[in-house]
Design a protein around this ligand. Structure first.
Ligand code: NDP
Length: 328
């Protein structure tokens, strides 16, 4: 028997509830690799899956946790052997297939990536889905060319934003960090932000579709009105990597920035990334993300902390990355 955070649904009321329970290995879903999970994390999607209503969960009872890192315990696939260190993000694990909020997980070998040299399971999960996606966003900006001006990061004090800030600064870019929490300025500067931009400054409504060419690139975790406004502030030919919708899904924008400034809007999806891209991104994370900055982002948690933390992340109240030690 081992511990897992189980989300259950009351069929009569439709209400969901989450709590730590003891389960056995034969309850795990089918898959070719069984992993002794060491760490998982709290992402925005996890908040939706743990919270009332169940968010993205497709079957009950359910073990959420959209990512995990650990050690292979048993494998029916030639690519993995007991003792191998592995990491998993995406593939709707934690939504459709049971995820990382348990001491064991059973998944398809195709969904796993070997942990790159130099990255511990704890640090891999300090990065987690949010940070992995930040790396994908930075890679997409690089592929399209980052201009000379500062690179804007929105939702900077959150998970995606914190990791993006640290990676971009470490690569030598000036980083302008947008935050609605002025008290995080010192934290954001410690990650390498060179400029702090108040959320209201970008969020205020401006009727002009084009403004000054302020930003050489952008990693946007917020979407909504903020993304709409940022598009009109990009330098000629610069790119915005759109990662998230913490500020809303509607996009109030015009086509003018695309027509008159050649702005690129790049959609970033971490869920269905092919194996080679995942390996490349994890390799870049191990190389380009300073571990001391990563340490500064970590808040530690246990399985029983998860219901409260899930609610906090949906309110935009989590700073940096929450690493869940499933064995604590
Ligand atoms: P967090 O909650 O950690 O960070 C989001 C940040 O956005 C908050 O910390 C806050 O930053 C800011 N924010 C929150 N609400 C608002 C608002 N109403 N208006 C403006 N800013 C707001 O979440 P993550 O960083 O983990 O995820 C961010 C987004 O990226 C989510 O929508 C998530 O679903 C998405 N995502 C997408 C992935 C993909 O594959 N495309 C993968 C991973 C995440 P501050 O306090 O600094 O203002």
């Amino acid at each position: 028997m081992f511990n897992a955070l189980i989300v259950e649904k009351d069929e009569e009321t439709g209400k969901t509830s989450a709590g730590v329970q003891q389960i056995s290995e034969d309850q795990l879903p089918a898959g070719d690799v069984t992993v002794a999970v060491e760490y998982s994390t709290v992402n925005y999607k996890d908040g939706l899956c743990i919270g009332p209503g169940g968010g993205l969960v497709r079957n009950y009872p359910h073990v959420p946790g959209i990512d995990f890192a650990g050690t292979v315990e048993a494998s029916e696939d030639d690519r993995y052997a007991p003792g191998d260190k592995v990491v998993l993000t995406g593939w709707r694990v934690g939504e459709v297939h049971w995820g990382g909020y348990a001491q064991k997980a059973r998944v398809k070998a195709d969904w796993l990536v070997p942990l790159p040299d130099g990255l511990s399971a704890r640090h891999a999960m300090a990065v987690g889905t949010a940070g992995f996606t930040s790396m994908l966003a930075v890679m997409a900006l690089e592929d399209n060319g980052i201009k000379d001006g500062p690179v804007l990061v929105t939702g900077a004090a959150g998970g995606v934003g914190s990791v993006a800030t640290a990676i971009l600064a470490n690569l030598g870019h000036q980083v302008a960090a947008v935050t609605g929490r002025p008290e995080t300025e010192e934290y954001l500067r410690s990650l390498g932000a060179t400029q702090i931009v108040a959320r209201e400054e970008i969020n205020e409504t401006v009727k002009r579709p084009l403004e000054g060419e302020s930003w050489g690139g952008c990693v946007d975790a917020v979407g909504g009105a903020m993304l709409g406004r940022v598009l009109g502030q990009m330098q000629y030919g610069a790119s915005v990597a759109a990662v998230g919708l913490a500020g809303g899904a509607a996009l109030p924008a015009t086509v003018i920035p695309f027509l008159l400034r050649g702005v690129n809007l790049l959609g970033i999806d971490s869920v269905m990334q092919p194996y080679d891209n995942r390996v490349r991104a994890w390799g870049r994370i191990a190389k380009d993300l300073p571990m001391d900055k990563l340490e500064a982002m970590i808040q530690s948690a246990t399985l029983s902390d998860l219901p409260g933390l899930g609610a906090d992340i949906l309110k935009g109240q989590v700073k940096g990355r929450v690493v869940v030690d499933v064995n604590a």
